[in-house]
Design a binder for this molecule. Structure first.
Ligand SMILES: [Mn+2]
Length: 179
């Protein structure tokens, strides 16, 4: 089983880093973070993952949006959590200096260089993000989100069988939100 102490350390760091940020549905951002971590915890149990790998996966799940969405940096994460975690979170972050349409491919390329425990966080993230879309999203936005989800699944399906079949189901269900 994973370490409760490591979980709390990462959760509290994420809570501080994301501060007042909100999700597109106007919930505290931590609700997204905890949902992704919950999916990852489920996967670590379903896959009988060794403790150390489970800790790495869950820590990266809790920290996965910090570099992309907050003022905290790679170095901040490296100082508190070490190189493996910092490199994992960095791979899970889009490089916003690139043109927007290249950002996902670039991140997926870097994720694929990481161990499976990191890769599966991206599956968990997209599973979480395929809940009912915000009301203001139009069909085009929903369609491109769906297409991107299929691309993520095709790239990362080998990282974790449980989460990839779960994402496959979520992709199917999401079509019911299209007009
Ligand atoms: Mn996320």
């Amino acid at each position: 089983m994973f370490s409760q102490e490591k979980y709390l350390k990462a959760l509290n760091f994420a809570a501080k880093a994301h501060g007042e940020q909100k999700t597109p549905k106007d919930l505290p951002y931590l609700s997204h973070i905890c949902a992704v971590a919950m999916e990852v915890i489920h996967a670590t149990i379903e896959s009988n993952m060794p403790d150390e790998k489970a800790d790495l996966a869950i820590t990266c799940a809790l920290l996965h949006d910090i570099i992309e969405d907050t003022s905290f940096t790679f170095d901040d994460i490296f100082d508190k959590f070490g190189l493996e975690v910092a490199e994992g979170v960095d791979a899970l972050s889009k490089n916003k200096n690139l043109p927007k349409k290249e950002q996902m491919q670039d991140s997926l390329n870097r994720i694929l260089e990481q161990p499976y425990e990191i890769q599966l966080v991206k599956l968990a993230d997209r599973i979480t993000n395929l809940q009912e879309p915000p009301k203001h999203w139009d069909n085009e936005k929903k369609n491109s989100y769906l297409k991107e989800a299929k691309f993520i699944l095709s790239c990362l399906k080998n990282s974790n069988l449980y989460l990839s079949s779960r994402l496959e189901k979520k992709i199917e269900e999401y079509t019911s939100y299209l007009d």
